[in-house]
Every structure is written in structure tokens, then in C-alpha cells.
Design a protein around this ligand. Structure first.
Ligand SMILES: C[S@@+](CC[C@H](N)C(=O)[O-])C[C@H]1O[C@@H](n2cnc3c(N)ncnc32)[C@H](O)[C@@H]1O
Length: 243
């Protein structure tokens, strides 16, 4: 790939809309109320509510991600897809001088919401992009973060997202993923979550059945450097180092 991606180089968190994307069917059909409808954004952009949805684990999971990075992060970092709550503002605070944070999302409304959280002086660059077709050059980033995106995507889309994430990470760089996993045998969440996921998150159970690395491209050269379970295994943090 060439380096003709459309990054916002103004040094301010103004979403770059030069590459408009179509809303994928799974997002429209399953998650319109959470991410697409303006009322959904107003309702869900509340730290306590996101925390409640994650059974009180939001802060722990964010801390686990952020503590896994250096005190001041060097080089280029990409977060694929916005998240409600203060994860991205906290990540932005850790970005060192002369280093860069890019965040992509397919929905302008989500990027606008993130821009408000970051404030007008933030240097974080926001891009309207599809996770399955990133407009960044190969091996561009030192680290990529996927926070609770994979479980929302159907298998074929999820595989493309992972392939794109791998493509843009440079050798020695890392991919950190936080998402659902199969709860431990004696965790009552194993039963409580079945109807909830069946109703609201139809693709999430895939993460109970399969290991995330099994969805990576077959030729991916990776080493698992961190694997951590949370809340009796209902959530996982996985960090892969790209060879
Ligand atoms: C990353 S998940 C975060 C979910 C989690 N409940 C939270 O808010 O912390 C939701 C985001 O993924 C975005 N998204 C879904 N499919 C996408 C895709 N193909 N490309 C880019 N962003 C996508 C949605 O627009 C939404 O903003």
C-alpha cells in the first residue's frame, strides 16, 4: 500500500470525513439503538452505564489495557472503533510527545461524540473508516487496540478486521484485544449471559467457542505475550506481538 491515507494533520480532533463509508448491515440491524441513533449516543455515553453493562468491570478492563502500555506511549497507536466512556481520553493522555494516536470508526456520530470527549485541543486524529478496509499503509503502527469490537461483528467481517489490524502493525508491534470470552465452569455468568447475548449480541457467543488467534490470517506470525481473564473468564485481554 502507499501512504496516501487521509489523515487529519491539523493536530485537532476533528473527524476526517473524506472517506465516507456505508453502514454495514450487522451494525444497522443489531446495534442501531446503541451506536447509530442520536438518542442512543446520548443515553449510552455515560461512564456508569457502560460500567453497568460490563458488570462493573469497565474501569478494570481499561486499566488493564493502559497499564500494559508504557507510561508515555511512543510511536504510532491506532484504536479501531470508538468506545463509550473515558478509555480513549485516558489513552490520549498517555501518548508521548512526538507520538501519535489515530482512532477510526465507521459512524460519524461516534467520531463526533469522541471529539467532544477529547476536547478541541487534542492532537488525536479521528477518521471515518471501516475496520475491514483501513486506509493506512502496511506496518504503519507500533500498536493497535481493539476494545469490544470483535464480538459485534459476524465471522467474515471479524476475520477481515483482524487481517487489517495485522497488516498495519509493524514487526515487533502489538495488537491488544479486549472482548468477551467463555466464562469459567462455575461462573454463574455462564448461564445469565446466554439469553442476554442471544437477544442483544448475536455474534458474541463465537468468542465463547473459539480462540481469537484462530481467526487470524493463516500466515500471521504472532506470539501471545499476554492473556488475562476477568470476572470469572467472561472477559479476556489478549496481547499479540507481531513477528
Ligand atoms: C468498539 S465497539 C464498543 C462497544 C462497547 N460497548 C463500548 O462502547 O465500550 C462499538 C463501535 O464500533 C464501531 N464499529 C462497528 N463496526 C465497525 C466497522 N466495521 N468499522 C469501524 N467501526 C465499527 C461502531 O460504530 C461503534 O462506535
Amino acid at each position: 500500500m502507499t501512504s496516501d491515507f487521509t489523515g487529519n494533520v491539523s493536530g485537532r480532533s476533528v473527524p476526517d470525513r473524506s472517506s465516507p463509508t456505508n453502514i454495514p448491515h450487522y451494525l444497522q440491524a443489531t446495534y442501531w439503538w446503541a451506536y447509530i441513533h442520536p438518542l442512543g449516543v446520548r443515553v449510552f455515553e455515560r461512564q456508569w452505564l457502560v460500567n453497568l453493562i460490563l458488570w462493573g468491570n469497565y474501569r478494570r478492563l481499561c486499566d488493564a489495557v493502559l497499564h500494559g502500555y508504557e507510561h508515555k506511549i511512543k510511536g504510532r497507536t491506532l484504536q479501531i472503533a470508538c468506545a463509550y466512556g473515558n478509555l480513549t481520553p485516558r489513552l490520549a493522555e498517555k501518548i508521548g510527545a512526538d507520538s501519535e494516536l489515530d482512532v477510526i470508526d465507521i459512524l460519524p456520530i461516534q467520531l463526533d461524540n469522541l471529539a467532544r470527549k477529547l476536547g478541541k485541543d487534542s492532537a488525536t486524529r479521528l477518521h471515518c473508516m471501516d475496520s475491514t478496509a483501513l486506509k493506512f499503509p502496511d506496518q504503519h503502527f507500533e500498536r493497535v487496540l481493539l476494545f469490544f469490537l470483535l464480538h459485534e461483528q459476524p465471522l467474515a467481517v471479524r476475520k477481515k478486521t483482524l487481517a487489517e489490524a495485522m497488516r498495519v502493525i509493524r514487526p515487533g508491534g502489538t495488537l491488544t484485544i479486549v472482548d468477551y470470552a467463555r466464562p469459567n465452569r462455575f461462573n454463574p455468568m455462564r448461564y445469565i449471559m446466554v439469553p442476554i447475548l442471544a437477544l442483544l449480541e448475536p455474534y458474541a457467543r463465537d468468542l465463547w467457542c473459539e480462540d481469537i488467534p484462530s481467526w487470524l490470517p493463516h500466515d500471521a506470525n504472532i506470539k501471545i505475550v499476554r492473556r488475562q481473564g476477568f470476572f470469572g473468564g467472561l472477559y479476556q485481554l489478549l496481547t499479540l506481538r507481531v513477528g
